[in-house]
Design a protein around this ligand. Structure first.
Ligand SMILES: C[S@@+](CC[C@H](N)C(=O)[O-])C[C@H]1O[C@@H](n2cnc3c(N)ncnc32)[C@H](O)[C@@H]1O
Length: 218
């Protein structure tokens, strides 16, 4: 039975467990079967290149899941890559695919809203994770972690569903953003410098509109 509790005027289903949800998704499906799959994450790579950091930059992919971004970064000789995900099963899928190359990556299993970084980063990349944070406390924890985890001249790349994108992902509610509302959500410590749109085609052929935003820390 789902027990409901009231918290700050919101009804929360307190037995919904984020980690279990995502573990289940990746135990059930291969990385190329999930709706967010990209064989090559070109929009992310373009914005990472646009930061002008060199390949020794410390880069973290938030909610990287089993994404192929890490493969492409290794191909491009990035030397200090971290991938964080709440789901152990997602990380295991990515490691299995990479084989021995997985040893070159710092893998972190954590909920981003509770992450305590031991390193600081030059580039923070998040595709399709921030938009799941529908709770205001989760968003402010994300921004607190983001602020602590970054070097002074760091850059942030966040991709979310756009205002005309889907209303749900993976069966969960999400928040859709414009570059302006995303910018407001992460606060004025970060200045928006570049935006892009992607019409993503899921493996089943459905179109999903994303925005990609690059911010610099000011
Ligand atoms: C829609 S998928 C996107 C995966 C990947 N970024 C990509 O673009 O292919 C969302 C990912 O975020 C992870 N995730 C969801 N909530 C999270 C959280 N609070 N902390 C860390 N990871 C989370 C999920 O396990 C999943 O891998």
């Amino acid at each position: 039975m789902i027990k409901k509790i009231v918290h700050k005027n919101k009804i929360l289903e307190d037995d919904f467990n984020k980690k279990d949800h995502w573990e289940h998704i990746y135990s059930d499906k291969q990385s190329n079967e999930v709706s967010w799959y990209q064989s090559c994450p070109v929009y992310s790579l373009d914005l990472i290149r646009a930061t002008k950091f060199n390949t020794t930059a410390h880069i973290i992919d938030i909610g990287g899941g089993a994404s192929t971004l890490v493969d492409c970064l290794l191909d491009a000789n990035y030397q200090n890559i971290s991938v964080l995900d709440i789901a152990h099963s997602a990380i295991e899928q990515a490691k299995l695919r990479l084989g021995r190359r997985a040893n070159k990556v710092n893998w972190i299993q954590s909920d981003i809203t509770q992450f305590s970084p031991t390193l600081t980063f030059d580039i923070w990349h998040d595709r399709a994770v921030f938009h799941f944070l529908c709770d205001e406390d989760d968003r402010s924890n994300y921004v607190r972690v983001l602020t602590h985890a970054l070097k002074p001249d760091a850059q942030v790349i966040i991709a979310t569903f756009s205002l005309d994108g889907p209303e749900k992902c993976s069966g969960l509610d999400i928040i859709r953003y414009s570059p302006e509302t995303l910018s407001a959500a992460i606060g004025n410590t970060f200045q928006l410098v570049e935006t892009n749109k992607e019409e993503h085609l899921t493996p089943s052929g459905t179109s999903q509109n994303f925005i990609y935003c690059r911010f610099i820390r000011v």
